[in-house]
Design a protein around this ligand. Structure first.
Ligand code: SF4
Length: 281
């Protein structure tokens, strides 16, 4: 029997909700991104994204998810900067282009907009490996001279990085909810990631780890070992070096689907050969 005290948990949750009846304003700015992080945000199961938006956070601006567009939504964003000065969370997705002309929002460069929005934010939370480390836009020859967000913000801005390509939906929501309920960012590790989600490698919590320990490996994606669910290390799994919560709280995780970990939450994952095996020339 589990010792988990559900009644106590419900009581504490209800107390927290009653203390925080005001939703947390969030402004979500997209830089060089593929919108995958926002799509991940819409797919949380526990709590659902719908519950989160109706009860805990108020998504005031998002180029992709706002119903309004054009002047209407830009004016609303400006009004939120004033109305909730020091109270809103600035969410950033995507890396920042080196030259302003690569990405403009309503006549301003995205870099200028992020620096301005971060000044009066309660906290900045970056979603995805692009904003955290540069990601795919900064890979290879980096044609736009893309950089991560820390490169453009002063050191005193309170910031949490939530890497992943995309990050786990529940990790995105969990980090936002921490700010909502506690009024501050969660405890961070040396790389500024929320400790609770990034403290262990995917490997340490992997459901295939007992096979790794027994040295039972799949040698190809279609052999008997793969069918038996053996460890995917020999076919390129990056789980032992990837810090993320995919196997501890993720739902749609790569390894459960039979594909090895790409290490998408790690710096430079694309250039370091995120894909398993050798690429064909
Ligand atoms: Fe580790 Fe990957 Fe094997 Fe899982 S599949 S036990 S993460 S090496």
């Amino acid at each position: 029997m589990s010792n988990y005290n559900w009644l106590e948990t419900i009581k504490v949750t209800e107390e927290m909700i009653s203390k925080t009846n005001k939703r947390l304003p969030v402004i979500w700015i997209s830089a060089l991104d593929c919108t995958g992080c926002k799509e991940a945000f819409t797919r949380s199961f526990e709590p659902t994204t719908l519950d989160t938006i109706l009860n805990f956070i108020s998504l005031e601006y998002s180029e992709l998810l706002s119903t309004a567009s054009g002047y209407q939504v830009e004016e609303h964003k400006e009004s939120i900067f004033e109305k909730y000065k020091g109270e809103y969370v600035l969410a950033v997705e995507g890396s920042i282009p080196g030259s302003d002309e690569f990405l403009m929002i309503a006549g301003k460069s995205v870099k200028e907009e992020i620096i301005f929005a971060a000044k009066n934010a309660k906290a900045v939370i970056t979603f995805g490996s692009c904003s955290a480390w540069g990601g795919i836009p900064a890979a290879g020859s980096n044609p736009t001279n893309a950089v991560d967000i820390k490169t453009i913000l002063p050191d005193n801005v309170p910031i949490a990085l939530v890497p992943g390509c995309p990050p786990i939906p529940e990790v995105i929501i969990g980090t936002l909810l921490h700010v909502h309920f506690h009024g501050e960012l969660p405890e961070l590790d040396k790389k500024l990631r929320p400790k609770v989600y990034y403290q262990s490698t995917v490997h340490m919590t992997c459901h295939r780890k007992s096979f790794f320990d027994q040295k039972l490996f799949a040698e190809s994606f279609n052999d008997e070992g793969a069918r038996k669910g053996y460890c995917l290390f020999k076919i390129g799994c990056k789980g032992p070096t990837a810090f993320n919560a995919c196997e501890s709280i993720g739902y749609d995780r790569c390894i459960a689907a039979g594909f090895s970990c790409l290490g998408c939450s790690e710096k430079g994952f694309w250039d370091k050969g995120g894909f398993c095996g050798k690429r064909k020339k």
